[in-house]
Ligand binder design. Structure first.
Ligand code: ADP
Length: 349
């Protein structure tokens, strides 16, 4: 009987109230198997007394169903976290030292251009803030596909100073990403448990220095990362990225639901890949139209802007020079800058 088999069974146990399993939630601390007994230790942060026994029962049920397991010994350590409970997210009051505003960028699913948007938005903030001598940063929490380093042309490992990591710097942006810390070949299954820890460490153990606006690129969808984030850092708000298909609005709303539940204000919706513009200025709606507007309406938030489908956006991403910097006077850069300006104005109010 391999430990892998037990871990696989554990990864079918859902955290109560969530669609996410306890392994990817990062709460399984240790697994042992000896003489037919499976020993599992779990650490949860919750103020809901019903959660620990519910997790214990669910683990026992799953593991006892394995023919090789005759006995199950589950220990659940409950950590009292003053800042948060896992079921009812209460807004943290302590921010990241030196960081004034934190803006989360979320999407209901992958592939909508969330990271591309987050990187260009951060660059637009940096451009707008530079004349005032202020800085922007980006925290890449998309551990399943940390593409921010590539999009900013950064590689290597961040310096460690005492107990802290120093953010990397690219195009004047302060950057921290799981991509700097994890080998590209690390299987996704091992990355799952890191979501919560990543967010906590990136907010507590990184010396960000003076940052006026920090953009956080969240993993797509599900909610656990969103929940960890809102429990760890006070957010100024979130931007939801979607595509123009009307069919995508349900998925986009799902992405926003956790943020809404935790009272994070949705600053607005950004529609990406909105249209393809021909040389004569005509527009083709390759991915349909109306999705951004509909999502914004559903969320009672403004539609912040529509970003065209633009080959230069993809090329800029691949070459490590975001379009906001590569073609600063182009129409696409203008859209990003107007979204950034809109957000800055609202933050200052
Ligand atoms: P996500 O973070 O939502 O998974 P990415 O930002 O990684 O998506 O984008 C997926 C791919 O689509 C990347 O290759 C990116 O360069 C490309 N892309 C994103 N937005 C656009 C756009 N507006 N025009 C052209 N290509 C885009």
């Amino acid at each position: 009987m391999s430990l892998e088999k037990i871990k696989t069974a554990l990864s079918t146990v859902k955290y109560p109230g969530f669609s996410r399993d306890i392994v990817s939630f990062g709460i399984v601390r240790n697994v042992e198997f000896e003489n037919g007994t499976a020993k599992v230790s779990v650490a949860v942060t919750t103020s809901d007394a019903a959660i620990p026994p519910a997790i214990r029962d669910a683990i026992e049920e799953k593991l006892k169903a394995l023919p090789e397991v005759s006995d199950v010994d589950v220990s659940v350590v409950v950590t009292a976290n003053k800042k948060a409970s896992t079921q009812q997210a209460s807004a943290p009051t302590e921010g990241i030292p030196g960081v004034k505003h934190v803006i989360a960028v979320a999407s209901g699913k992958g592939g909508v251009g969330k990271s591309t948007f987050a990187v260009n938005l951060a660059c637009a903030f940096a451009e707008l803030l530079r004349p005032e001598g202020k800085h922007a940063g980006i925290m890449d929490c998309d551990i399943y596909g940390p593409s921010v380093p590539l999009m900013l042309g950064l590689s290597g490992r961040p310096y460690v100073e005492g107990d802290s990591l120093l953010p990397m710097e690219g195009h004047g942006l302060k950057v921290m990403s799981m991509g700097f810390l994890v080998d590209e070949d690390t299987p996704v299954v091992w990355r799952g448990p890191m979501v919560m820890k990543t967010i906590q460490q990136f907010s507590q153990n990184v010396k960000w220095g003076d940052v006026e606006v920090l953009v956080v690129d969240l993993p797509p969808g599900t909610g656990d990362a969103h929940l960890s984030l809102v429990q760890t850092i006070p957010l100024s708000g979130a931007v939801l990225v979607t595509t123009p298909q009307i069919a995508a609005t349900t998925v986009a709303r799902r992405g926003a639901r956790m943020l809404e539940k935790t009272n994070v204000s949705i600053l607005g919706v950004a529609e990406n890949m909105s249209y393809l513009e021909g040389p004569d200025g005509s527009r083709v709606n390759i991915f349909g139209e109306g999705g951004g507007e509909q999502t914004a309406k559903d969320l009672k938030a403004p539609l912040l802007g529509q970003i065209p489908l633009d080959q230069a956006i993809r090329e800029g991403g691949d070459q490590g020079k975001p379009i906001v910097l590569g073609q600063p006077d182009g129409k696409t850069a203008e859209v990003f800058k107007s979204i950034a300006q809109n957000i800055l104005t609202r933050l200052s109010n």
